[in-house]
Structures are given as C-alpha cells and as structure tokens.
Design a protein around this ligand. Sequence first.
Ligand SMILES: Nc1ncnc2c1ncn2[C@@H]1O[C@H](COP(=O)(O)OP(=O)(O)O)[C@@H](O)[C@H]1O
Ligand SMILES: [Mg+2]
Length: 278
Amino acid sequence: MSVAHRNGAAPPELVPGASARSQPVITAADTEAGIKVSEVSKVFGRGASALLALDRLSLEVAPGEFVCLIGASGCGKSTLLNLVAGLDAPTSGEISTGGQRVAVMFQEPALFPWLTAARNVELALQASGVPKAERGRRAARLLDVVHLSGFAGKRPHELSGGMRQRVALARALAQDAEILLMDEPFGALDAMTRDLLHEELDRICAERKLTVLFVTHNVREAVRLGDRVVVLSSRPGRVIEEFAVPVRRPRRIDSAEVAGLASTITDRLREEMIRHGS
Ligand SMILES: Nc1ncnc2c1ncn2[C@@H]1O[C@H](COP(=O)(O)OP(=O)(O)O)[C@@H](O)[C@H]1O
Ligand SMILES: [Mg+2]
C-alpha cells in the first residue's frame, strides 16, 4: 500500500505552511522502502472546536528498522499511526510507505469471537488473495511462527490475552506486509507474557526484515525493542528528540543498559510534560 496525500482542508491559521493543493503528491520516496513522514499536520474538527493534534511532524523509518514512538497520552501517537496506515488523511504534509504492504496491530486483538484462531488468520489470508486450497496450510504455519500450533482450533474466549495477541500478530503477518504498525499492542498484557512476546517479535522482525513503527507509552519497552526511540512533544505532537539504542540483542527489559537509557528518556519526557503543564 502506498499512502501519499496532501490536501488543504484545515483552517490555515492552525497549520502554518499548509498547502492549498488537493491532489495526492507522489514523492521520490515512493520508489524506496521504509516510511517517510514529511511535515505532517493533523487537525480534528473545524472552527472554534478545531484541535491541532500533530504539528508539522517529520519522521523517517529506514527499511528493516524498528522505531518506537513515545510520548504523553493524547500527544498524537495513534493519530500518526492511523495516518501512516492510510486509515485517515493528514490535513497537510506527505506520507509515503513506498508502495509497500502495511499491516496494523492494536491493543485490542479484535478477533471474530465465533471463529477459531486458525479461521481468524485464514480470513486475513483470504483478504490478501491467497487461494482457498492454500489458506489452511498457511494459517497453520503462521500460528506455528507465533508458537500457537496447539491452539488453532480454539475460539478467542478459550485463549489467554497473550494468546489472543499472538493470533492478532499471526493475522497481521498473514497480510505479508513489509511494514508493521503497532499501537500499544502489548499494553494490556502482564509483564511475563509481554516479555515473551517481545522475544518473538524480535525474532519475527529479524527473520522477515520488517520495517516497524511501534507506539508505546512504556519507555522501557521502547528501549527493549527499538533500534531508535523517537520522543514526541505533548500535544500538538512534534518530534522533540531521538535516541539511538546501542544495546546489543538479545536484550532484556530489566537489564542495566536498557534501564539506564530508559531513565534518560523518561527524564526528557518529564521535562516536556512539565513544560506543557500536564
Ligand atoms: N477522530 C478524532 N476526532 C477528534 N479528536 C481526536 C480524534 N482522534 C484523536 N483526537 C484527539 O487528538 C489528540 C491525539 O490523540 P491520539 O492520537 O489518540 O493520542 P495518543 O495516541 O498519543 O494518546 C487527542 O487530544 C485526541 O482527543
Ligand atoms: Mg493512542
């Protein structure tokens, strides 16, 4: 999927530099892999009730890179992810995913409760155009990738929260996407389940060379997973600082190296929240 949009629907006073052009702009980045977000602003609503959620935000994720996005609640993280996913359009600016397939995973697994784990995954394969005869075998293989082989015939209510998120991950992988967008996917899980899923995500991303944009409000999780951690300002969201994560994998969320960088990033976030008065 390629997303490259620019339109001028926003009140201009809210979006400095907003363009009046309404045609999608195909950028040079469309021919490259990775994610490129250029000067993106997003305004919700109109007139007196208009709310500037993102303010000329620019961000690049290199092909195969794992970038974590962190910021205070309400700073526009989900808004940005939805824009990159093409679920909503920016008010101004450009987003390119280089013509690649994009899969999205949210905090809620949103599985069909009346379908088994395997059928939930098969549905995604069907949507991706995989022939019927192949779907069963492919779904079984994907459930194996997320270590759920023994649970293919179970319905969501028979699975734990962690298992349901594994099914959601298998379903995202079923789309055979090069880009994976994740919005606090492990936010509702207990720490041990989350640690296991971190290990699996590490392995799957390396094997499939996925480009990942991962939203979290958990600083340690961001450092545990990311090649880079991007810190957003309080609303309206802008990038205020980026931290490379020079910690070798495999990583542990409770290691001294992860904790050390996480505390530096937490200080930066705290400074921003105090500046903003939140
Ligand atoms: N569809 C929408 N309509 C109106 N306001 C929205 C909508 N989506 C998000 N917002 C507002 O935009 C801001 C950013 O929201 P969001 O991206 O969900 O933040 P985060 O994910 O960082 O917590 C919030 O103030 C939120 O209330
Ligand atoms: Mg959110």
